[in-house]
Design a protein around this ligand. Structure first.
Ligand code: TYM
Length: 311
């Protein structure tokens, strides 16, 4: 069976972009693949330095995964920090790639341009992500467009290793759906926690409504483009064209319709989420990390032998 893997950072509450870009395709594809879903807490450490918030986010995102349909019986759901082989392999990849190569990473450049601290972890981030993916001989990685280059970097890390030490890693492919590659936020830019333009996935109905009502609209246009683009995640073009024709210029009504459409999808997931306890999460992550470690540990034995540290 081919392998599917993705990960999301517990750096804040998940938003609609995270869900449709990565989590939803993961859940849909997980039926056909042997699947791995990570909480990449060491990646979050590049920006989040509040232990209490990190702890809460980890528990929260695990609940989000399950509420969104990830099945702990069928998928291995685990926390990156529980599998130390990830950071170990990341180091080995860092010794294979160059500083100029890492300097070209868009995500790093964007984050630094936005004023985030250029810490060494942020800089080496793509090699930890490469380790996350390559340890499991992953075939396919569902992500949003912003992660496309990181998957290329993972392929490059695999190729560098294989050329240097012999064929050990499979080169993974990204899975990016055109329709949801870059979900726009309330201001029309990419939806992102750091742009403060998100619609929360598991917010209350009021929180979702507040975010939708704040979507920026062009007062001269007949149809509010930013509202339409988010709405197209929930309805077909033909449904939308009727609705938007019937409500020309009525932005409040269209936003109201979008709130109801989001709520119809999110309400059952929110209800499921409320039934998951912290202890359920701890048990699921413990079992998941045991399964993940068995695979990662065996791969790392091969890696250590290949690079010459096993004597
Ligand atoms: P993160 O936590 O920033 O985002 C999680 C996932 O959500 C997708 N995404 C979006 N998709 C569409 N439209 C948007 N506006 C949008 N915003 C976010 C991201 O593309 C991502 O798929 N580096 C990764 C985490 C990671 C990872 C991995 C992913 C670490 N190791 C291994 C896959 C495999 C990240 O920062 O995701």
């Amino acid at each position: 069976m081919k392998r599917l893997l993705t990960g999301l950072q517990p750096s804040g509450a998940l938003h609609l972009g995270n869900w449709v870009g990565a989590l939803k395709p993961f859940v849909e594809l997980s039926r056909e693949y042997e699947s791995f879903l990570m909480i990449v807490d060491y990646h979050a450490l590049t920006t989040l330095k509040e232990p209490e918030a990190l702890r809460e986010n980890i528990l929260g995102i695990a609940k989000d995964y399950i509420a969104a349909g990830a099945d702990p019986e069928k998928s291995t759901i685990f926390k990156q920090s529980d599998v130390p082989e990830h950071t170990e392999l990341a180091w080995i990849f860092q010794c294979l790639v160059t500083v100029p190569f890492l300097q070209q990473a868009h995500a790093y450049k964007d984050k630094v341009a936005k004023g985030l601290e250029a810490n060494a972890g942020l800089f080496a981030y793509p090699m930890l992500m490469a380790a996350d993916i390559l340890l499991y001989d992953t075939d396919i990685v569902p992500v949003g467009q912003d992660q496309r280059q990181h998957i290329e970097y993972a392929r490059e890390a695999a190729a560098k290793f294989n050329n240097t030490y012999g064929e050990l890693f499979r080169e993974p492919k990204e899975h990016i759906l055109d329709s949801v590659a870059t979900v726009p936020g309330t201001d029309g830019q990419k939806m992102s926690k750091s742009y403060k333009n998100t619609i929360p996935l598991f917010g209350t109905k009021d929180e979702i409504a507040k975010a939708v009502m704040s979507i920026i609209t062009d007062s001269k246009a007949e149809s509010p483009e930013n509202v339409y683009n988010i709405h197209s995640l929930f309805r077909t073009r033909s449904e939308l064209s009727e609705l938007y024709k019937a409500n020309k210029g009525k932005y409040q009504a269209l936003k109201g319709a979008l709130i109801e459409d989001i709520e119809a999808v999110v309400a059952p997931m929110r209800e499921r989420r409320d039934s998951i306890s912290d202890d359920d999460v701890r048990r699921i992550l413990k079992e998941g990390s045991e399964r993940a470690r068995a695979i990662a540990g065996s791969k790392m034995n091969d890696v250590r032998r290949a690079i010459g540290v096993t004597i």
